[in-house]
Design a protein around this ligand. Sequence first.
Ligand SMILES: [Zn+2]
Ligand SMILES: [Zn+2]
Length: 370
Amino acid sequence: MPEITAAVCRQPHGALTLETLRLDDPRDDEVLVRIVGSGICHTDLAVRDQQLPTPMPVVLGHEGAGIVEAVGADVTHVKPGDRVLMSFNSCGTCPCCHAHAPTYCYNFFPHNFAGARADGSFTLHAGEEPVHGNFFGQSSFATYALATVRNVVRVPDSAGEVPLERLAPLGCGMMTGAGAVLRSMKVQAGMPIAIFGAGAVGLAAVMAAKIAGADPIIAVDLHENRRALALELGATHAIDGRDDPFGKIAALCPQGLAYAFDNTGLSSIIESAFNLLAPRGVLGIVGASDPTAMLTFNETAFMGGGRTVKGILGGDSDLFGFLPELIEHHLAGRFPYDRLIGVFPFEQINEAIEAGESGAVVKPVVVMEG
Ligand SMILES: [Zn+2]
Ligand SMILES: [Zn+2]
């Protein structure tokens, strides 16, 4: 049982506290990873604030990258010393997992949000007190994490020069935005797309829309720094969300949008985006919304135009195929998501969270000491 340092979340909206915990040894299907870096994602903060019912105290973090320290008897695809990325966990036995759509795993909640292994056992302890872990099958705000055979991906040798802390955010935010464009909506070259919200996920979508050859690529955001970044990363237009974005998009795309991508989770924006869709247009939704929110669309416009409204989780990523693909795009210079990253030492995780929440840094990443 290794002793680890972990950032423990003990109260909603509160600061995380660095504590010494004990982590279980890996079971047969588990992988012990020494964490080098972990991205901080909106979902970590949503759980901290109890918008999702993960029990506390808990170690969050679900964009971890590091080096394999030990593997269980059934683990053959990685070995000690391998550089790995971690992502979401899934059951491997439900119809969606069988259909290579693990982001829609029927058992997603128990495998990612329950705070314990699927059998209810705890992996983390503070003295005699159990601490919830297994967050997204990892809990990467720690010096070590236990992941499973299903959510650890070996970093290809071609990326041997890329620091692990830079690779870390691929496992959730980057994968979600890029996958939504390239996999879920299957954006076609020459077709217009508007992206509402240009945080980490929205900017990943902008870069992916450029890879797909969409045109125009319109980003909408309230923050000036994010609009500037969107333009640098491939957006052809960036519109201030307070400055009549729907009127401006309608003027830019008089035939309507082939694709609209929402990261805001705000019903009013989603409904206005729907109203801009061209015939056969696709509206993709990833934004975390108020759990009670409802959407209203005009049925004639929906049916008559053959339009699609699509809920998207994790960019329809199949980890073992899509994460290496994104790494290749990055190595080729087509996916420069490192421009979004601000690095903080692990000890400053609360400052890193604050920088993400204020918008000063698009994607904060904490780095654990060698
Ligand atoms: Zn996330
Ligand atoms: Zn499943």
